[in-house]
Design a protein around this ligand. Structure first.
Ligand code: GLU
Length: 420
């Protein structure tokens, strides 16, 4: 999280976003209070045996934000800057993301404060298994289903699935999504976040008459989401990706980058920088490039009041969670930049997670083509609903998306009533 002080505390931002939409949809004050409060939070401090035999204590969190619409859903991230407020915000955003996509889920998120880049595979496995045991009382296919997020992947999910299953005494594939296909994962899940983002961009471009073929693109972040969307937008839409970056820095070539080759370079050297034939560019300057489409695909708080007025892209597609602050949202809206908000633009991941969970529960698996077609249909439908709602209220797409999402959760709460 690249925070710039208290005003960029992600949970304060998440609450502010609810206040903004509450006015637009006339939300009841009591319901607003419920929606601004995480339902359940678990903090765990747990020891891990490091490679040198010594013990080290790590801190992790699982926040279940709201489960009015179904089991909680959301990833687990490993990052040195994880904090409880960050996890709360991410759990809130998962709630709205599942709701705007009309998935029968609530929202949750987890995180462990650690630096996986400095850990061996063995240490990561021990950390993951112990964290999984610590949060085991809260997770399960009917209760809360984790998935990959920043610096976690299908292997992390395999360890969690195994740890949970060993405790139960039988295999429980539906306890996590984003697993390897060999143990109950879904075809298409690996690239789903990037693929969904590509569909959202295609739909938005169509609506505003922007040709994606030949359109220039910059992508900040080259992980689970960024590398895939960079690849698909060039291969399937014919756009020209001129810049990409990772946490160490970026590369730029106005003639376009061959993303498959950049991927190979990153796999070999661990970074995108140093890619032959490209100029160096900083993460900050990449955001300000004169491109048609900008895709923030890294962390929170990248587009802020400080740089929003310098964003030149016509479409900003948030493959990351929380990359734009509310102040920056206002500037972009005034400048007529189309923002595809995170809860829509990166929802392809959780949508295919939902497909994976359904397949696990049924024990019946679908071909990749079916997965992608269903994802495409859900993305197109949800994009249209968001854009129509934004137009109806005269607000930006984020508030349009929140109007749909928050209203659905509020309706579930109202219908169910308060227990006891
Ligand atoms: N971590 C991803 C997200 O932020 C995926 C969550 C999931 O599949 O549950 O949407």
């Amino acid at each position: 999280m690249a925070g710039e002080g208290a005003q960029n505390n992600p949970f304060e931002i998440a609450k502010k976003q609810i206040d903004i939409v509450a006015k637009v949809i006339n939300l009841n004050d009591g319901i607003r209070e419920i929606l601004k409060s995480p339902k359940r939070e678990l903090t765990v401090n747990f020891p891990v045996r490091m490679d040198n035999g010594e013990y080290k204590v790590f801190t992790g969190y699982r926040v279940q934000y709201n489960m009015a619409r179904g089991p909680c859903k959301g990833g687990i991230r490993y990052h040195p800057q994880v904090s409880l407020d960050e996890v709360r915000a991410l759990a809130a955003w998962m709630t709205w993301k599942c709701s705007v996509m009309n998935l029968p889920y609530g929202g949750a998120k987890g995180g462990v404060i650690c630096n996986p880049k400095e850990m061996s595979k063995g240490t990561l496995e021990r950390l993951t298994r112990r964290f999984a045991s610590e949060i085991a009382p809260l997770i399960g296919p009917e209760m809360d289903v984790p998935a990959p997020d920043v610096y976690t992947d299908s292997q992390t999910m395999a360890w969690i699935m195994d740890t949970y299953s060993m405790q139960k005494g039988f295999s429980v594939p539906g306890v996590v999504t984003g697993k390897p296909i060999a143990i109950g994962g879904s075809e298409g899940r690996g690239e789903a976040t990037g693929r969904g983002c590509m569909y959202a961009i295609r739909e938005a471009a169509k609506r505003q008459g922007l040709k994606t073929k030949g359109a220039t693109v910059a992508v900040q972040g080259f992980g689970n989401a960024g590398s895939v969307v960079a690849n698909l937008i060039s291969k399937e839409l014919g756009s020209k990706v001129v810049a990409v970056s990772d946490s160490r820095g970026g590369i730029y070539n106005k003639e376009g980058l061959d993303i498959t080759k950049v991927e190979a370079h990153k796999a070999k050297t661990g970074q995108v920088e140093g890619f032959p034939g490209a100029q160096k560019i900083s993460n900050e300057d990449l955001l300000k490039l004169d491109v048609d489409i900008l895709i923030p695909a890294a962390l929170e708080n990248q587009i802020t009041s400080k740089n929003a007025s310098q964003i030149k892209a016509k479409i900003v597609a948030e493959a990351a969670n929380g990359p734009t602050t509310p102040e920056a949202d206002e500037v972009l809206f005034k400048n007529k930049t189309t923002v595809l908000p995170d809860i829509l633009a990166n929802a392809g991941g959780v949508t295919v997670s939902y497909f994976e969970w359904v397949q696990d529960l049924q024990g019946y698996f679908w071909p990749e083509k079916d997965v992608n077609e269903r994802l495409e249909a859900v993305m197109a439908q949800s994009y249209k609903a968001v854009a129509d709602t934004a137009e109806k209220y005269g607000v930006n797409n984020r508030t349009g998306a929140y109007a749909i999402a928050v209203d659905r959760v509020a309706t579930a709460i109202r219908l169910r009533g308060i227990y006891p």
